[in-house]
Design a protein around this ligand. Sequence first.
Ligand SMILES: Cc1cc2nc3c(=O)[nH]c(=O)nc-3n(C[C@H](O)[C@H](O)[C@H](O)COP(=O)(O)OP(=O)(O)OC[C@H]3O[C@@H](n4cnc5c(N)ncnc54)[C@H](O)[C@@H]3O)c2cc1C
Length: 612
Amino acid sequence: MKVMIVGGVAGGASCAARLRRLDENVEIVMVERGPYVSYANCGLPYHVGGVIPEESELLVATAATFKGLFKVDARVNCEAVAVNPKNKTVDLKNHETGEVTTESYDKLVLSPGAPSIRPPLPGIDLPGIFAVRTVPDARAIREWLDKGTPFLAGMSKYSGIQAVRPKTRAVVVGGGFIGLEMAENLVHRGFDVTLVEMGDQILGPMDKEMARMVEGYLENHGVNVVLNDGAEAFKQSSTGALEVHTKSGAMHPADIVILGIGVRPDTTLAKQAGLEIGELGGIRTDEQMRTSEPDIFAAGDAVEVKDFGTDEWSLVALAGPANRQGRIVADVIAGRDSRFRGTQGTAIIGLFDGTAAWTGVSEKTLKRLGDKDYEKVYLFPNSHAGYYPGAKPIAMKFLFRKSDGRVLGAQALGEDGVDKRISALAALIQMGATVYDLEETELCYAPQFGSAKDPVNFCGMVAAGILRGDMPISHWNETGDGLVVDVREPSELAAEEVEGTVNIPLSQLRGRLDELPRDKTIHVFCRSGQRSYYATRVLLQNGFDVPVNLLSIWDLKTNPTFVGFSTTRWSLTWGMAKFGLATGWYSKFSRNRVGRTAAPSWSIMWRMERNR
Ligand SMILES: Cc1cc2nc3c(=O)[nH]c(=O)nc-3n(C[C@H](O)[C@H](O)[C@H](O)COP(=O)(O)OP(=O)(O)OC[C@H]3O[C@@H](n4cnc5c(N)ncnc54)[C@H](O)[C@@H]3O)c2cc1C
């Protein structure tokens, strides 16, 4: 049998290596248009930033490795230019010689990836504007950065005296993970970075209130984040510097522009071969990664996959699914009954000292689907035991089914321990775990690594407490004419008082129960949710038979901007400074620039709502 693989990186290379391990006799030809196979595109931003100094470190395996180790005929600079499913042939163009040859196959695997989107905007092809997809892209960016920018140093622009100054200004267009990673790496290289994002948040898969914290974190690390504004045109000034003109009419000067607008499945060959394309524009396959032509398989960023949580078709450009799909294709070709389970979009991004990660379904997806059978909680557990040095809070959002407790999704950010919590939750989601399973999940613990009750357990405990009725929950916008009781201490109120609420500190609550009405819903809140939970238990057990609700702190309803709420901004900044509320994530992930969104405490959100 002869298997031809198009694309020699994540999906294609995984498929080739796995297939050889399963079958010594199959003939495997892997063609790659570019000069390298199996390179680490995930490492490209860090090569630009200098974290990975040598280009060679990005080359995980070479064509020679594939030949020597796996007996795979790996051909670089070789592009598949046409597929004939009827004759089972592929036309190959050798980019070194220009020669086109035709080669037969028994099974064909397409893993051509997803090139960066490059919209036809005026000036987009000017020198200094780059996408980041391949090793040559990263090399070109590094060379451009190292070259410096010519500028006129003479007395007038007619003097003809030119000098070179270091490049210092960068504009990154697009707030996805490649854009953000590039922004960070350019900051490390000393650039003033402006990130222009057309949408109203960065990191689209996250819910907005969580993305707000990441935006704040970026700003605190020197990235100027511009939301709700798309690049419209690129121009070059007389000195050669670039200008990024946006829809709002703004102009951002730049010595380099990085395009991180997103990717689009490469379906050129698939379309030409008449394969079925899904409504999202990716190659349609079955669970075994077989396309509409039974002898043609597809894997990686080019295919549409089923979302594990929603059962919708989706496009997920991530290395993990691409590698798994490549292996599954190999299994199936080798006669095994492997199937792709779908994806849940588990992803992570490191930004400066912080990490943001998510898995499963987001609340905005649930809302889009009109799904009301869910509940959410926000938690702020420590990354490890608080008494052991170095513990950092993790801000978590956790979503689960109201009806049966199934875990739906989680998002988290912080400076320690985010990755393992989201990874654990991702695995649990894939196993169909419920919040009750999370209560019982046994995770490794010693004080420097976690807590006896790990954040993953906490998610389960809090959610199960809600479902069992131990902790009825309401959200900040659901208080109606109920009484809202603030159980924080007076010293905290001096920093952030919430108008229209009654303050009964938790420490005094048992002695002041007669001040509370028995014919009204009581909503209790504090700063993180812990004390209000304790208060809720006190009230429920003292016979308050009307619903007592624990408020959720971090539910930002619609467009959570603070524009126009100067007192709120003042209060936040002042409060943080005076009372040291700005610990951990709170300071690290909050925005404090005028006209921007700050990471809100509940009371901040309360004011926003009441001022509306
Ligand atoms: C800068 C960057 C950072 C990333 N970081 C992460 C990360 O941190 N985590 C993560 O999960 N994912 C990350 N990704 C995404 C991840 O790299 C992709 O999801 C994964 O590589 C997709 O694998 P693939 O095989 O589908 O496509 P690719 O790995 O893109 O490989 C496709 C290859 O096919 C070749 N090709 C296309 N058409 C032809 C043809 N006709 N003939 C011959 N060859 C062809 C292309 O040249 C390309 O090399 C990142 C991607 C980039 C670009």
